[in-house]
Design a binder for this molecule. Structure first.
Ligand SMILES: Nc1nc2c(ncn2[C@@H]2O[C@H](COP(=O)(O)OP(=O)(O)OP(=O)(O)O)[C@@H](O)[C@H]2O)c(=O)[nH]1
Length: 367
């Protein structure tokens, strides 16, 4: 055998493991959904690996009820994993894990399990309950479990006396269970807080990476990202370039230039309300509009051009900052990329500039 064989098996094994554990998770790895889907899958896997063999051993030892119970749980966990993989419904899957688990643990305490060892398994309840149902619901369920535990241990005949355990064992089981619940609560609290901050940071970074900080419009990356997330039917591409913007900066200063860009962006966004479109700041004083509308492109672009021409900013000295915009228009064909259509719109824009600015040129009409 070659040296490569074990490596490829290791990779396949790792891929299978990661796919199994993340089945049903959403793309955002910081979200509670993904975290819980991961824990559910981990629990299903560990659950099958534990309850399957233990069930078989119990059957072989003649403990029919426990054996069948454990094997049923192993089957339920396998099905649950498949269900989560298909539906991503982690809330239902969490219930499928937890409720049979509570019932099994209470039964183990009540019956004594194999040779009176049943109670050693109950400590998995607090972490699993808190991880899967969160702090509020998890704590409530752990509290109810403790009540049931106390009831079985102290108020009904239990196998503890039969196995000759020291009477103190019952109270120690309850105390140690409470201690594990407390530690699990702290862990869950810290980890959910940490996750929340990561989630918030992740959405802030996502916003910063896709938005233009000056105008609040999408930037190039944001437009490209949102474009692929929507279905488009023969959209139109418009490249808008503010005319003589350099002279605004030169005459009124960069700050007023910035303010003017903000105002223009706001007025265009206002004009486009209700349209299926994406407006982005493509660069400096250039904007890109991707729009799907049924009407006349030229007329629509002219109306947008007029909207920009009407934008005016008054300086402290009472001077009016205003200019016009030139627009190049092209249609995005089904078989081409956005950049190809932008290239044609750019050429049309160049023509609009050379025709004296403040006008619209359609790529199909450009020479
Ligand atoms: N204030 C401000 N100016 C910017 C910003 N980005 C680019 N600019 C300026 O925009 C100006 C663009 O100038 P040009 O490319 O010569 O174009 P123009 O003066 O608009 O002339 P035409 O496009 O030919 O009509 C440059 O002076 C840039 O410095 C910005 O974020 N804020």
């Amino acid at each position: 055998m070659s040296d490569k064989a074990p490596t490829s098996w290791t990779i396949r094994w790792k891929l299978w493991f990661s796919k199994t554990l993340n089945a049903g998770a959403v793309n955002d790895s910081f979200s509670n959904t993904s975290r819980r889907a991961f824990i559910i899958n981990l629990f299903c896997l560990v659950g099958v690996l534990f309850t399957g063999p233990l069930g078989l051993i119990s059957l072989l030892k003649g403990n029919l009820l426990i054996g069948l119970g454990l094997l049923s749980i192993a089957s339920i966990y396998s099905l649950n994993h498949l269900y989560l993989r298909k539906t991503k419904n982690y809330l239902f899957s969490a219930n499928v894990i937890l409720y049979p688990l509570y019932a099994l643990m209470l039964y183990l305490i009540y019956s004594g399990g194999v040779n009176g060892t049943g109670h050693v398994w109950i400590y998995c309840i607090p972490p699993v309950s808190l991880f899967l149902h969160g702090l509020k619901r998890g704590l409530l369920e752990v509290f109810l479990f403790i009540l049931a535990l106390v009831f079985i241990l102290f108020f009904i005949p239990s196998p503890f006396d039969r196995y000759g355990y020291h009477p103190d064992l019952k109270s120690r089981i309850v105390y140690s269970f409470i201690l594990i619940s407390f530690l699990s609560t702290i862990y869950e609290y810290i980890s959910s807080r940490f996750n929340q901050s990561l989630e918030a940071l992740s959405s802030k970074l996502e916003l910063a990476a896709t938005t233009d900080p000056l105008t609040g419009l999408l930037n190039r990356r944001g437009l490209e990202q949102q474009m692929v997330a929507k279905e488009w039917l023969a959209p139109t591409v418009m490249v808008l370039d503010i005319d003589h913007f350099k002279s605004i900066n030169d005459r009124f200063g960069h700050e007023h230039g910035d303010e003017y860009l903000k105002l223009v962006s706001k007025s265009m966004a206002g004009f486009l309300i209700g349209q299926k479109c994406l407006l982005s700041r493509w660069g400096g004083e250039e904007f890109l509009l991707l729009i799907e509308h049924q009407g006349d492109n030229k007329r629509f672009a002219d109306a947008l051009r007029n909207t920009v021409s009407n934008v005016s900013l008054t300086t402290q000295e009472g001077e009016s900052v205003c200019t016009t915009v030139s627009i190049g228009v092209s249609e995005l064909k089904l078989t081409e990329t956005l950049l190809t259509a932008v290239g044609r719109a750019d050429k049309a824009l160049y023509e609009a500039k050379s025709h004296g600015r403040n006008c619209v040129v359609l790529a199909s009409k450009a020479t």
